[in-house]
Design a protein around this ligand. Structure first.
Ligand code: ZN
Length: 235
């Protein structure tokens, strides 16, 4: 049983959310994770989650003690009610409104709201998400203002005192890699490089210096560029 209020981390199996799990583990005694099955085109994101959590536990005895339950929630309704390149088999492209068609409207709002419902049940007050306004591809639900407004709405609507924490909000991808190294050394960087999944196309054939992926989709490009910048800073 969770004895003290802990942190519930939105954990997709990607670079950002894995860094957020490590960030939470470095601060809090009780850390749980939550992930969502929403009919992603490539379920590889979901398959990397359990081994990642196991390997995070092996990086530190304290992390092993603090990392608790993982909640996997079925949100397949998203693919039924929205039309997006992440859930439909269509080319990734820009839309007329200036947003890429990988944008799933309301996704982060829904994820955070469901996370709050689970946190309420678990007696947890902290909700941690990897939203980032710096590299946010224009996704409006990654904005700090959006998350602050949602925190207010959740606290009003659930008569609670949730705090949404977004440790990556104002940093770029290179700084996210650096944060991982500061939190867990090269072992954590290597774990994120080899075991997390970011590629929109679900490609895991070739291990590049920055990890697995097609190398061409927007998610891979962002990740690869950030990794090279991180390595250049460190060189
Ligand atoms: Zn890719």
């Amino acid at each position: 049983m969770t004895s003290t209020p802990g942190a519930l981390v939105l954990f997709s199996g990607g670079q950002d959310s894995t860094t957020c799990v490590a960030w939470a583990l470095s601060r809090y005694e009780n850390v749980e994770t939550i992930g969502f099955d929403y009919g992603q085109r490539h379920a590889v994101e979901l398959t990397v989650r359990p081994p990642l959590l196991q390997k995070l536990r092996k990086l530190s005895p304290r992390w092993a003690r603090s990392l608790g339950e993982d909640h996997l929630i079925d949100l397949s309704l998203i693919s039924k009610i929205s039309d997006t390149a992440l859930t439909q088999n269509v080319e990734i492209a820009m839309q007329e409104n200036g947003l890429p068609n990988t944008f799933v409207p309301g996704r982060n709002l829904l994820f955070m709201t469901v996370a709050a419902t689970v946190a309420y049940r678990r007696g947890m007050k902290l909700l941690v998400g990897g939203m980032c306004e710096t590299d946010f591809s224009g996704y409006p639900d990654c904005r700090n203002d959006t998350m602050q407004a949602l925190e207010n709405a959740l606290n009003l609507g659930m008569a609670s005192e949730f705090k949404i924490e977004t440790p990556l909000m104002w940093i770029d991808k290179a700084a996210t890699w650096k944060m991982a190294r500061d939190l867990g050394g090269d072992a954590l960087v290597d774990l994120i490089r080899e075991d997390t999944h970011t590629c929109y196309l679900g490609e895991r054939g070739t291990l590049h210096e920055w990890g697995y992926g097609c190398g061409k989709c927007p998610a891979c490009e962002l990740r690869a560029r950030g990794y090279r910048q991180f390595r250049n800073y460190c060189a």
